[in-house]
Design a protein around this ligand. Sequence first.
Ligand code: AMP
Length: 114
Amino acid sequence: MTEPTIFHKIVSGDIPSTRVYETDTVLGFNDIHPKAPTHVLFIAKREEDFVSSISDLTDQTAHVPGMLIRAAQDFAQKQGITGYQLKFHVGKDGGQEVFYLHLHFLSQQKTSDE
Ligand code: AMP
């Protein structure tokens, strides 16, 4: 495997995060520098689902973005959030800083937990 990223350490719990959504395969945690009232990052947890960037997707990992989008939709439904934006930053030139595929969930609405 390549160098572990900060998100590997978030999955393992070596770095703390505010977990707001979790299943066996996907983790959602609050972005440390939120750009909206609700800003959550969704990542795949299992090593076999690891992808560094959309630009590195293969036929073997093509299901991963769908998993993250499904988790975001489930999170929104559970939190009563009716409008949101989903974004992947792709590559350094696309604003990607962490090379562990993550889906940004941004909403002007707050979660029902707050
Ligand atoms: P990107 O530009 O798509 O790679 O986004 C990386 C995101 O990760 C940025 O929005 C950062 O604020 C966020 N981030 C970096 N470190 C942490 C951390 N330790 N906990 C939560 N979010 C983080």
